[in-house]
Design a protein around this ligand. Structure first.
Ligand code: HEC
Ligand code: HEC
Ligand code: HEC
Length: 153
């Protein structure tokens, strides 16, 4: 599997999604780290499906993002950074990608023709190891600080 980190034995999601920009799939429209997260959080793969075994315990409703992302912040192919074309809903600018802090990292999304794009990912906003009492956010969102690292207002 292209780009799959080592020490990962959980079954990967192959779900179909409704993205902001239309129909999408886990395989074609997500950077690998977002796909790892979605392999529990889209609710289609059991938490205990690993090592080739099919599990039966699924993520709880509070943490289940489902397969319709139109109500969520864009990630993966929906969220190339900087966005091109500039989205119509946002007349402000985006912070220069090279100046984003380390905590707000962009991931690489590789589409079918092997073009690499930098994209907003689950791990852009979330630190999965829950450091610093930040409730699994990569940096504080007090006064929208996390959002304003990218969105210039
Ligand atoms: C192996 C399954 C699995 C994977 C993979 C996984 N999660 Fe989770 N995640 C869970 C479960 C289960 C919970 C609920 C934990 C609880 O209720 O205590 C959870 C909870 C969360 C929460 C809510 C925490 C809170 O305090 O409310 C966030 C945010 C989260 N996960 C983000 C991520 C991100 C980002 C990734 C990818 C880097 C990821 N998860 C990968 C299973 C997973
Ligand atoms: C633009 C930033 C951003 C991105 C991208 C993002 N999240 Fe979140 N997420 C948040 C914020 C902010 C919260 C609310 C945290 C809080 O209130 O403590 C949250 C909450 C959550 C929760 C807790 C349940 C809920 O709905 O409130 C889960 C689970 C979660 N995110 C998983 C993910 C996964 C998986 C991805 C990738 C598909 C993702 N997030 C992408 C910012 C983001
Ligand atoms: C890493 C940079 C980054 C961060 C951090 C970030 N955003 Fe975004 N956001 C983007 C990009 C890029 C898009 C546009 C994607 C596109 O349309 O191509 C976007 C799109 C949006 C949209 C439009 C979604 C839609 O329906 O089209 C909203 C609303 C938004 N962001 C709010 C937030 C909020 C709230 C936060 C903080 C929780 C946040 N953003 C954090 C980069 C970021």
């Amino acid at each position: 599997m292209d780009g799959l980190p080592r020490l990962w034995n959980h079954e990967l999601t192959v779900a179909n999604y409704t993205m902001h920009e239309g129909a999408g799939t886990a395989v074609d429209d997500f950077d690998i780290r977002s796909r790892l997260c979605l392999s529990c959080h889209d609710g289609t793969v059991a938490l205990d499906s690993f090592g080739g075994q099919n599990g039966s315990t699924f993520i709880g409703t509070g943490e289940n993002l489902g397969v319709d992302f139109t109500n969520d912040h864009p990630v993966g192919s929906d969220a190339q950074y900087p966005p091109d074309p500039q989205p119509v809903w946002w007349t402000g600018a985006f912070v220069d990608a090279s100046t984003l802090p380390r905590e707000v990292g962009l991931e690489e999304w590789v589409d079918g023709s092997l073009v690499v794009h930098e994209v907003v990912s689950c791990v852009t906003c979330h630190e999965p190891h829950n450091e610093d009492g930040l409730d699994m956010l990569s940096t504080t969102n007090n006064a929208s600080a996390l959002c304003l690292t990218c969105h210039l207002k």
